[in-house]
Each structure stands twice: as C-alpha cells, then as structure tokens.
Design a protein. Structure first.
Length: 153
C-alpha cells in the first residue's frame, strides 16, 4: 500500500477523525511520521486540556506500522506494551514525531535472524507549539521473523 493511501485512510479512520488526530506526514519509505492532535471541544478533559486518552491514541499505531512496513511481510510485528507520562497540560495543537532509523532496523533484524523474538521500547515526545514536552510515550514492540524466512544455521 502506498504511504499516501495509508495516511488518508488513517485520517479518515473514525477514532482519529473524531478525536482531532491527523497524520500530517507519512513518508513513502515509511521511515518517518508526524501526527498532530488539534484541540476540539470533544477531546478536552474536565479542566480544559487535552484528554490523556487522545494523547496516547495519537501515538498508538505508529511504531508498529512503520516497523511492519519497513521490515516487510516476513516479520510479525505487534504492539506489546505502552505507557504514558503526562509532563504538562496540553493545549492547542500538539505533535508527535516518529523516526525509524537504520540502526534500529538492523538491531531488530539481527535479534530475530534465528527466529528469536525481539522486544524493543520506542520513545516519543508529544510537544506543543512552543516545543515544550506535554507527554512522553513509550511503546514496546514484539518483533519475530516468520519461520519460513529464518536463516539456515
């Protein structure tokens, strides 16, 4: 699937669309994504700041999607765990960036070459318009090479 089609699909996906979440960037090589959460009356919490569930949701699928698309169909890639730390109240439009680099991909390929699973944490800061950190999100991925693609040893 072309990245532009996936980006459009995610932007029209009801949990994102109705939460004010927008995938602003998804590169053709699936190495980078930028996601925004705009403040809306329906995604504010009781005290008028971003609802924590929306902050977490804006980061939820991206490490898994990027790794899955770059590693290809010979790998299983799943979200295993996640956590969020709220640093300061979020107001206005907040942004999360995801960059999947070659060193991480090589680490995952090496760790799974013989069929072993790899569990790896990915960190994402959610920032406001001034660049201040609103929340820190950690997601753990489960990655395993599928049996038909294991290296012979």
């Amino acid at each position: 699937m072309k990245a532009s089609h996936l980006r459009l699909g995610l932007n029209l996906w009801p949990p994102f669309l109705f939460s004010g979440i927008r995938v602003a960037t998804l590169t053709d090589d699936y190495r980078h994504a930028r996601v925004e959460l705009r403040m809306r009356p329906w995604n504010r919490n009781y005290v008028g700041t971003h609802f924590g569930g929306s902050l977490f949701a804006m980061t939820d699928p991206f490490w898994m999607l990027l790794a899955m698309k770059v590693l290809g169909p010979e790998y299983w890639v799943w979200d295993k765990a996640g956590e969020i730390e709220f640093v300061k109240p979020g107001r206005g439009t907040v942004t999360a960036r995801f960059d999947l680099d070659d060193a991480v991909l090589e680490e995952l390929r090496t760790a799974t070459a013989n069929g072993d699973k790899a569990l790896r944490w990915f960190d994402t800061d959610i920032t406001d318009a001034e660049g201040d950190i609103v929340a820190r999100v950690r997601k753990q991925l489960y990655v395993r090479r599928k049996p038909a693609h294991r290296n012979a040893t």
